[in-house]
Design a binder for this molecule. Sequence first.
Ligand code: NAG
Ligand code: NAG
Ligand code: NAG
Ligand code: NAG
Ligand code: NAG
Length: 464
Amino acid sequence: MAASSLLSLMFLISTLLLASSSLSVATNPTTFTIPLSPIFTKHQPSNPIKTLNSLASSSLTRAHQLKRPKSKPPLTKTKVFSHSYGGYSISLNFGTPPQTISFLLDTGSSPVWFPCTSQYFCTDCDIDPSKIPLFIPKLSSSSKFINCQNPNCAVISSINSLSGCQGCNCSQACPYSFLYGLGSTLGLLLSETLDFPEKLFTNFLVGCSIFSTQQPSAGIAGFGRTPESLPSQLGLTKFSYCLISRRFDDTSESSDLTLYRGSSSDAKTPGLSYTPFRKNPVSNDSAFREYYYVDLLKIIVGSKPVNIPYKYLVPENNANGNGGTIVDSGTTFTTMEKPIFDAVATALEAEMGNFSRASANVVASTLFNLCFNITGLKFEKIKFPELTFEFKGGAKLELPVGNYFVPVDVGNSSLVCLTIVTDSTFGSVGPAIILGNTQQQNFYVEFDLKNDRFGFRRQTCNKK
Ligand SMILES: *[C@@H]1O[C@H](CO)[C@@H](O)[C@H](O)[C@H]1NC(C)=O
Ligand SMILES: *[C@@H]1O[C@H](CO)[C@@H](O)[C@H](O)[C@H]1NC(C)=O
Ligand SMILES: *[C@@H]1O[C@H](CO)[C@@H](O)[C@H](O)[C@H]1NC(C)=O
Ligand SMILES: *[C@@H]1O[C@H](CO)[C@@H](O)[C@H](O)[C@H]1NC(C)=O
Ligand SMILES: *[C@@H]1O[C@H](CO)[C@@H](O)[C@H](O)[C@H]1NC(C)=O
C-alpha cells in the first residue's frame, strides 16, 4: 500500500477531534517508580542459539538504523527475527479512564507511541494484535487528535519521515511515520492524559499507531533527548533504572525505572561514578540530536588499554556527525565499528591464550563475531580477562563477565562468545559505538538530565 492510501485509511479510521495542546507543568518535586521487565516475545527455550542469533541480528539491524536514520534500511545478510526483541518494557496508563499499555523503554529514540485502535495492523510482528493491549481513543474522554496546524505537529516533524503535514490536508490530523531498525510505525498524533498514581499529566503527545512493521508487541516509550520524548514532556530532572540480567529466558521478574521531577539538588547519588553527557554533534542528521552521547576514552582488556583511533571516539562536529559513543537501552548487544571491534577482539584473544578462537564457520553459525572454544571446561570455572570501559572524568564501567561473554553450545563444542557485535558493512557513519542493554545489566544507571551527566554503579538488579 502506498503511504498516501495508508493515510487516507487512517483518516477514515480516526475520529478527528481537533485541539491545541500545551503541557501542564507542575513544580512540586515528585518521584515515580515503574516496574521494568525484560521482554521476549516468543522465545525458543529449545533453541538458545536461535534466540541469541536473533538478538545479535536485531542488534546489528538496529545499529544500522541508529547510525543512518535517514537512509533506507540496508539489506543485511541475515534474516531479522522481529520476535525475541531483547529489550525491557514498562507499563503506562493513558486516557480517562486509564488504559494500561506496555512500552519498550528506549533511550535511543524520542517519540512515544502505542498500538492504537481496534484496527491496529502489524506486519512481520509475530504477534496477534488481538492479544496485546491496544489503546482505544474512543473509550477515553481525554483523547484529542492533534491537527496539522498545531505547532506540536512540527515538534515531531523533525524526526518524522512524513515531514509533518506535507501533502496532507492541514486541517486534518497530524500523521507521523517513525523508523526503527527494519521496522516502522505509522499513525496519527494524539494528545492524551498520562496517568501515574501520584499525578496526572494532561496533553501528553503520544503517537496513535495504526500500521506497523516489525515492531515489538508493545508501544515504544522514547526516552531520548529531544522535546517529544517522555522525559522532555514530563520535565524530568533525571531518570534511573537497573536492568535485571537476562539469561536469555523468560522471566517474570522486574526491577525499577524511576522518574524524578521538579527541583532536585545537584548532589551526586552516593556510590555512582559520573561522566558528562557530550553535546550532540551539530550534524544534518537531526536524529543524532535524540541520542545520549558519552565520551568513552578507553577500552581496557585485562590491564591493557586497546589502541582505538581518536576519530572513532569523538563525534565529528559537522554535517556528518560521525563517531562517538551513545547509550541505548533499546539495543541488546553493544555494537562497534569494525576497526574498534577488531582491536578489542585481538586484545581479548591475546589474553585468552589458553583457548583457541573458534573457527569462522562455527562462529558464522552463531552470528557472533568472536567465540572461544572452551570444550571440556565449565564457564563458571574460567578466569576471563576483565573488560572495562573508561569514560571522561574517570568513571570506569568494569563489566561483570556475564555482561560480555555468553556460553553457547555448537554441536559437541562448548564455546563462549563475546556479546559485542560488529558488521563489516557499518562504515564510519553515525555513532561508532552503541552501548547496549546487555552491557548495562546489573548496574544502577542514572540519566541526570538536569546536570547533563551519566552515572552508574554495580548493583544486583534482580529483586529477591
Ligand atoms: C480538508 O479537510 C477539510 C475537513 O475534512 C475539508 O472541509 C476540506 O475541503 C479539505 N480541503 C482539501 C483541499 O482537501
Ligand atoms: C548539510 O546541510 C547543508 C545545508 O543545508 C548542505 O549544504 C550540505 O550538503 C548537507 N551535508 C550533508 C552531508 O548532507
Ligand atoms: C593457561 O594455563 C596455564 C596452565 O594450565 C595456567 O598456568 C595459566 O594461568 C593459564 N593462563 C591463562 C591466561 O588463563
Ligand atoms: C573444540 O575443542 C574440542 C576439544 O579440543 C574439539 O574436539 C572441537 O572440535 C573444537 N571445536 C571447535 C568448534 O573448534
Ligand atoms: C558428538 O559426540 C557423539 C558421541 O561422542 C558423536 O556420536 C557425534 O557424532 C558427535 N557430533 C558431532 C557434531 O561432532
